[in-house]
Design a protein around this ligand. Structure first.
Ligand code: GDP
Ligand code: IMO
Ligand code: MG
Length: 427
């Protein structure tokens, strides 16, 4: 049985939550493997509408064990609130587990995320200010505190005493803000530890057991490939790897086990926060897409920048991740548009390139080269068979398939589970 990684193929918000919720109905385990509560995964299903930041989107599937993997940074207050919100709405959270190796977001991480952004002024990254960058910085600097540390109060106090001293020096001497109280943070995190204790454990064994039983495992990506710190538009990226490669590390799974890699692409492009986006539309078409699609951030509410499908970036995404198939989401949003454009190259001084450059300065200078296709101008949200899509929609999908160089497995034409067209089998 396959292990399927579901990966954001653009700048995040591609509709990963919808796809994972859909596929999780057949899965035994669903693991979130990267990011933190910078993610906002919308799920609309018979239980209602949910915006999940940390809990895997498989939580609605009655048989799926859901794991927050070691690669996720966890703000315990956000997680506890998310658990309680689900409990209130009668969604069973007893199948939720948290890796004891996952790092915690601490109050100084959230503070520093905001202060660092202020300091960057005109060069701000547009982070979600959830403390993600500072938490991953501490992980690499070996200053992190992990969920497993919460179970031993003495270890926690000793570790926290050292780290808070260090952070308070930065807060007071560099940023001139008030220091944090060791006592308060310690007491607060002891409470979190008590509340989360039933969920925290060694989770890689659970994965191994599921694989031994030959069950379907889903690896739920957060963010998107072009936000990857190595292959995204650095420095305008996030701080952990949303890639298929990151899935192995962040879930605690050996790389030979992943059998399918599903790239989730929006039928156009969006981006929240700063950084280059070659196909961004700063005109009325961009605004029309934003309003039609209600493109506002799930986590921060910020308006998303909207633009045409960028096949140069998409092909790069396929290559870096090794997509075995694609899910194209929000095709229905394009219903109203008479003409559609796809970016097939980048142009500068009469020269056209077809690869995605590593430098943001270069990306800023390039102009997109577009191919135009006719729109279908008819509603498609209720269509369930590929053959029933208007010819123009099929042409659009066929062209995307060709350009991104992997088969389209499914097409999403609405936010609910049944608004999905299965084109070719995922496995
Ligand atoms: P994620 O972060 O990748 O899970 O995506 P978000 O939840 O942040 O944003 C995707 C948005 O698109 C959500 O509001 C979904 O409900 C919605 N959505 C997903 N698929 C479709 C689709 O095919 N059509 C429409 N109209 N909305 C969709
Ligand atoms: P999902 O999982 C879209 C963006 C932020 C910012 C940059 C860095 O819902 O697709 P960070 O707070 O991570 O340091 O911010 O990354 N970003 C996302 N954009 N979807 C997300 O997650 C994102 N997570 C982070 O907007 O530009
Ligand atoms: Mg999102």
């Amino acid at each position: 049985m396959p292990v399927i990684a579901v990966i954001g193929a653009q700048w995040g918000d591609e509709g990963k939550g919808k796809i994972v919720d859909l596929l999780a109905q057949k899965a035994a385990v669903v693991v979130r493997f990267s990011g933190g509560d910078n993610a906002g995964h919308t799920v609309i299903n018979p239980h209602g509408e949910f915006k999940l930041h940390l809990i895997p989107s498989g939580i609605f599937s009655p048989h799926a064990v859901c794991i927050i993997g070691n690669g996720v940074v966890i703000n315990p207050a956000v997680l506890i609130d998310e658990i309680e919100q689900l409990d209130k709405r009668s969604v069973d959270t007893t199948r939720l587990f948290i890796s004891d190796r996952a790092h915690l977001i601490m109050p100084y991480h959230v503070l520093l995320d905001g202060l660092e952004e202020q300091l960057r002024a005109g060069k701000a990254l547009g982070t979600t200010r959830k403390g993600i960058g500072p938490a991953f910085t501490d992980k690499a600097a070996r200053l992190g505190i992990r969920t497993g540390d919460l179970s031993d109060k003495e270890v926690l106090l000793e570790r926290l005493r050292f780290v808070i001293d260090y952070k308070n020096t930065i807060l007071t001497k560099i940023y001139g803000v008030s220091p944090l109280s060791l006592d308060e943070v310690y007491r607060q995190y002891c409470q979190y530890g008590k509340r989360l204790a039933p969920y925290i454990r060694e989770t890689t064994i659970m994965l191994e057991e599921a694989l031994n039983r030959d069950e379907v495992v889903l690896l739920e990506g957060a963010q998107g490939t072009l936000l990857d710190p190595d292959f995204g538009t650095y420095p305008y990226t996030t701080s952990s790897s949303p890639l298929a490669g990151g899935a192995c590390l962040g879930a605690g799974l050996n790389p030979t086990k992943i059998s399918r890699i599903l790239g989730v692409f929006k039928a156009y492009c969006t981006r929240v926060g700063s950084g280059p986006m070659p196909t961004e539309l700063k005109d009325e078409t961009g605004e029309l897409i934003r309003e039609l699609a209600h493109e506002y951030g799930t986590t921060t509410g910020r308006p998303r920048r909207c633009g045409w499908f960028d096949a140069v970036a998409a092909r790069f995404s396929t290559r870096i991740n090794g997509f075995t198939g694609a899910a194209i989401t929000r095709l229905d949003i394009l219903d109203a548009l008479p003409r559609l454009k796809i970016c097939v190259g980048y142009k500068l001084d009469g020269e056209t390139i077809e690869h995605f450059p590593g430098s943001v300065a270069a990306l800023d200078r390039y102009q997109p080269v577009y191919e135009e296709l006719p729109g279908w101008q008819t509603p498609i949200s209720n269509i369930q068979q590929y053959e029933q899509l208007p010819i123009e929609a099929r042409q659009y999908i066929a062209r995307l398939e060709e350009l991104i160089s992997c088969p389209v497995n499914l097409i999403s034409v609405g936010s609910s589970r049944e608004q999905t067209i299965f084109k070719t089998p995922i496995f």
